[in-house]
Design a binder for this molecule. Structure first.
Ligand SMILES: [Zn+2]
Length: 630
């Protein structure tokens, strides 16, 4: 055995596997396994880095056993799954943080090893133990990225060609700190992280760094923070995230608190129901996945306090396994869910009641707010009811006067007459209003294109009252559509054309207004004719509006024409001023039906003699005027 005792210097930071590999090469052993058997250990012992294997290898290689042990990643085979993992220089390291399938190394370090010990040839380059820790991504000596290549553990590998394509990568602040911790050198500040395990710090830095890096995108709502994960990052991105996170965490817990506060504020601005994962994404995941890590307890408590105090977290929500008791903050969404009210409607009511200001989505619950919400949940004033069903004051008054909306009497002292709309009644009103609807997809634009209008606007267009339209809807005589972007009364759209058809479609007569328009008469004159019974009319009650209206049938107008003649016709024939005409007619002994006023325009046709005389007189007059001109 002594004959081929290997003479290999133990490298600085070299691990057990590398040391054994180099000794095997120098000894001329064809396999690593064969060499290990010869020196009294096994491949499994060396790969696991057991104390026995370290001792045997150090003894055989005449190396410092403590140095070798400190650089070797050692397997810990505990009884429970939780206890299993690795140790590096006494520090626990999780299984996922140790690379055990490929070699990771710095090509420049290996090239230097070869230059230092040229006579060792392939046995010159050695593998540093810390390179197999996944959060070490850069060589601290050369500031280049570690390369992952070749099988681990390997023997007789030629590393020479790998020095060609190196990628510059300065070690991150996090890496420097972890290296200091791992090698038990004095740390670079951040005492508050001393209690955390090395691999906890790596994930912590990377999680914090990732959300800091994406802060602008999260604020702009371009990225959902809960969808971020450090596990979907490339090694270079994780390296950058670790560096960024370290810049925050190395400044102490206050900086982390500021960060958490910024993210809770962003979540509040976005609105919606809040959950810790939706606020802090990967940071929440990191903290939730290590429930047994007592060192994180203080951080978890701090985050729970910040979230509970500044966001409307649902009281039943658990943050890191601890229930948040009655939160003092709430949001419209949370409260709307609790009261079964539309959040827009609730928001308007709370603004009206002065509990919140415009645009405020998250607010502190005090006694006043609670009282207001309780009140709204039971009865509402006219103003509140108007907001609740989304109808203007004018519309509310119309609906109340018509009896469609009834104020449920409370107290009966009359003093509080305004505060008397029951939420139940208002809900029922809206339910009746929107019972038979045909869905129209699209917003207000599509409604207008389809010739639909809101109830108040349709009332103006169809010349009726909004109340008439509501009654038609209740009777199921017209269809409605609802605007999905709005709510309540103003979201109901109806067709003014349909309403006009129902209200006025069946009648045959003309209104007085229409008679005046058709004949070119003044409306006063038509009213006179009707009032004085010159023109026959009938009173028609509109079946919908219940309004009484005087209507003139076409045959009544014909009868009037047969019986009477107006002075306007004489003027046409005499071609004189109406005063002269009137004098002429009077001279012929024909009298109007009335001596003065509007009645002086009307003559009876049945006065045949007078009529003939006028005709003759007119003819003569005409002849005379022609003669004069000639
Ligand atoms: Zn290097």
């Amino acid at each position: 055995m002594n004959a081929w005792r290997a003479k290999v210097p133990l490298g600085d930071g070299e691990d057990l596997v590398s040391f054994c590999r180099r000794m095997a090469i120098v000894s001329g052993s064809p396999t690593l396994g064969g060499f290990l058997t010869d020196i009294g250990t096994t491949m499994l012992q060396v790969v696991h880095g057991t104390d026995d294997a370290v001792r045997i290898a150090a003894e055989f290689g005449q190396a410092d056993v403590d140095r070798l042990r400190a650089a070797t990643v050692m397997r810990v085979l505990g009884d429970s799954a939780h206890a299993r993992g690795y140790r590096f220089n006494g520090h626990p390291v999780a299984q996922g943080h140790v690379e055990r399938s490929v070699m990771r190394f710095c090509p420049l370090c290996l090239a230097e090893d070869q230059a230092r010990w040229p006579n060792l040839h392939e046995a010159a380059p050695f593998i540093r133990g810390e390179w197999q820790l996944k959060w070490m991504r850069a060589c601290p000596v050369h500031a280049v990225a570690l390369v992952a290549d070749g099988k681990w553990p390997a023997i007789g590998q030629d590393f020479g060609s790998l020095a060609e394509n190196v990628v510059p990568l300065p070690p991150s602040g996090m890496e420097t700190y972890l290296r200091h911790r791992a090698t038990a050198k004095p740390t670079s500040g951040s005492e508050w992280l001393e209690g955390l395990h090395l691999n906890s710090i790596a994930d912590f830095c990377e999680s914090v760094g990732l959300i800091v890096k994406m802060e602008h995108e999260v604020a702009a709502d371009k990225v959902k923070v809960r969808k971020l994960s450090i596990y979907s990052l490339s090694p270079a991105e994780r390296h950058a995230a670790g560096d960024m996170g370290w810049q925050i965490l190395s400044q102490g817990p206050e900086m982390l608190k500021h960060l958490v506060e910024r993210f809770t504020a962003m979540a509040c601005a976005r609105g919606g129901i809040m959950k810790p994962g939706g606020i802090l994404g990967p940071l929440n995941f990191y903290l939730s996945m290590r429930p047994n890590d007592k060192a994180l307890q203080g951080i978890r408590d701090m985050i729970r306090t910040v979230i509970a105090a500044s966001t409307p977290i649902n009281p039943s929500t658990q943050i890191f396994g601890v229930k948040v008791d009655a939160s003092s903050m709430t949001s419209l969404h949370v409260m709307a869910k609790a009261t079964g009210m539309h959040y827009k409607r609730l928001g308007k009511l709370l603004i009206l009641g002065g509990a919140i200001s415009h645009g405020e989505r998250v607010f502190r619950v005090d006694e006043r707010t609670n009282a207001l919400v309780r009140e709204i949940a039971e009865t509402m004033s006219l103003k509140q009811a108007g907001v609740y069903i989304n109808a203007s004051r004018v519309q509310m008054v119309l609906l109340v006067r018509s009896g469609i909306l009834q104020a449920s009497a409370v107290g009966g002292d009359g003093r509080n007459a305004e505060r008397s709309f029951a939420k139940r009644d208002l809900d029922e009103f809206l339910a009746r209003l929107t019972k038979d609807q045909k869905m129209i997809k699209g917003g207000v634009g599509t409604m207008a294109q389809s010739g639909l209008a809101t109830i108040p606007f349709a009332a103006r267009k169809a010349r009726c009252s909004a109340v008439d339209i509501v009654r038609l809807i209740f009777e199921g005589r017209i269809c409605i559509a609802t605007d999905q972007d709005d709510y309540g009364y103003m979201s109901v759209y109806v067709s003014p054309a349909d309403i006009r058809g129902i209200l006025y479609g069946s009648r045959t007569g003309l209104s007085l207004h229409e008679v005046a328009k058709q004949r070119g008469w003044g409306e006063n004159f038509v009213t006179f004719l009707v009032n004085e019974s010159f023109l026959a009319f009938e009173v028609v009650e509109n079946p919908i509006t219940r309004l009484k209206q005087r209507m003139v049938k076409p045959e009544s107008l014909r009868e009037f024409d047969e019986k009477y003649i107006l002075i306007d016709e004489f003027i046409g024939q005499f071609r004189r001023h109406h005063v002269d005409v009137r004098k002429e007619i009077s001279r012929l002994g024909v009298k109007p039906v009335r001596d003065s006023g509007i009645g002086s325009r009307i003559y009876e046709r049945s006065n045949g003699a007078g009529w003939a005389a006028i005709k003759i007189r007119a003819l003569l007059d005409y002849e005379a005027s022609r003669a004069q001109h000639n």
